[in-house]
Design a binder for this molecule. Structure first.
Ligand SMILES: NC(=O)c1ccc[n+]([C@@H]2O[C@H](COP(=O)([O-])OP(=O)(O)OC[C@H]3O[C@@H](n4cnc5c(N)ncnc54)[C@H](O)[C@@H]3O)[C@@H](O)[C@H]2O)c1
Ligand SMILES: [Zn+2]
Length: 366
């Protein structure tokens, strides 16, 4: 097989590795062999299963795994307690025991859902993340947050349950729709803005290769991104402080997402609008220089995260911002970019300032 890059996740509770490379899923049986008699279950949405489960199963079987396959419905609608219960029942019917392993094959939805099932079935069994969307590869599969949604809101029932290992294969990105790839790029750019000016320059210089799905470029990009997230989560595994830096662009982004008709906007598209609005505010507050904002705006534009995005109602977006649970007494705690490659969490940002920045960003966006 081709080259492999490993990112180690040194957590006190459970350390693990993220292994990145083209075709790693086809070699999984050898890279992640079973213990004697160990059983595994691959869980994936049907469309991802049709594309990628065949070679994965061949490899697991060749490696000695006794493996089952369970399809789930596609999309966010599958991330609920009913699906989690059905999966737990199927596992019980198949007599999966505490030594069994679940493999989550697909995007962030199946990763969060399968991780949640692994956290609760028999009070917790092992699971392995096999992310196939860019968003899941750089964000959702790393960090151990697992959850399902309630009608009252997203990710309201969940746990911290670290995967046993993560295997990121760049090959599945070849079939990922361009819009999904662009949406994932928003989180990649976010990581560069927070922590790595060099990565930001790399993306500026290599965007065509990234969007061309050039394997070596993707491998480097993914490894650097996972390392940035890992460096933050190992310092704050239970999300009580530093990890809030990863929410850059997300306070406004969530408001934009909530205001878009029928969730027509993709998460990354909303985060891109959010990052720009929040960066504008940082400039107004004298926290960040105009030329850094210009560079961010330029790169988001080149990455296709500035135009062609569904329209969002400005009044609904500002109303959603005001409903945000993090906002107390008209002020909020907000991570802001201080320069390309660095961000800090600021206390006491005034809501009306952020409101204005959001309005400006949406008006400029049209
Ligand atoms: N746990 C975390 O820390 C964390 C972080 C960020 C996001 N998330 C969660 O991730 C979810 C979003 O993830 P997502 O954007 O990957 O969405 P998703 O899982 O719904 O995947 C998007 C679509 O792409 C399809 N797909 C997946 N891989 C493909 C491939 N290789 N080729 C073709 N199609 C493919 C999927 O079937 C789906 O239709 C949300 O539920 C969000 O809450 C979790
Ligand atoms: Zn996000």
């Amino acid at each position: 097989m081709n080259s492999l890059t490993k990112v180690h996740v040194p957590l006190a509770a459970a350390s693990y590795d993220i292994t990145i490379g083209a075709t790693v899923h086809e070699h999984l049986g050898r890279l992640y062999p079973p213990r004697a008699g160990q059983r595994g279950c691959v869980i994936a949405p049907q469309n991802v299963m049709d594309l990628y489960a065949g070679r994965l199963l061949d490899s697991l079987s060749a490696g000695g795994w006794e493996v089952e396959l369970l399809p789930v419905a596609d999309g966010e609608a599958a991330k609920n307690l009913q699906t989690a219960e059905q999966l737990c029942r199927r596992l019980a019917q198949m007599a999966f025991d505490r030594g069994s392993v679940l493999f989550a094959l697909g995007g962030g939805v199946v990763g969060d859902l399968v991780g949640f099932v692994a956290a609760i079935y028999l009070r917790g069994i092992a699971f392995v993340q096999l992310p196939t969307t860019l968003l899941a590869q750089v964000d959702a599969s790393v960090g151990g947050k697992v959850a399902v949604d309630l009608p009252e809101g997203k990710n309201l029932i969940g746990a911290f349950h670290q995967p046993d290992d993560v295997f990121i294969d760049t090959v599945p990105l070849n079939t990922l729709p361009d819009r999904q790839l662009r949406s994932g790029m928003a989180e990649v750019i976010k990581h560069a803005v927070i922590a790595d000016a060099e990565l930001f320059s790399y993306i500026e210089a290599n965007l065509d290769r990234i969007y061309g799905r050039e394997p070596a470029t993707l491998e480097h990009l993914l490894a650097r991104n996972c390392q940035i997230k890992v460096d933050i989560i190992v310092q704050d595994p239970y999300d009580t402080g530093l990890r809030s830096l990863l929410n850059l662009g997300h306070t406004v982004g969530h408001a934009v997402e909530a205001a878009a008709a029928d969730w027509a906007i993709h998460h990354g598209e909303a985060v891109a609008i959010g990052m720009l609005a929040e960066a504008r505010l940082a400039v107004q507050l004298g926290i960040c220089q105009q030329h850094d904002l210009d560079r961010l705006q330029n790169l988001l534009g080149k990455a296709g995260l500035q135009s062609g995005i569904p329209e969002v109602d400005i009044d609904q977006a500002t109303a959603a911002l005001r409903r945000d649970k993090k906002i107390a007494d008209q002020t909020l705690r907000l991570p802001l970019m201080t320069a390309i490659g660095s961000a800090e969490v600021f206390e006491d940002i005034r809501l009306n300032q952020l409101d204005t920045a959001l309005r400006d960003a949406l008006q400029n966006h049209k």
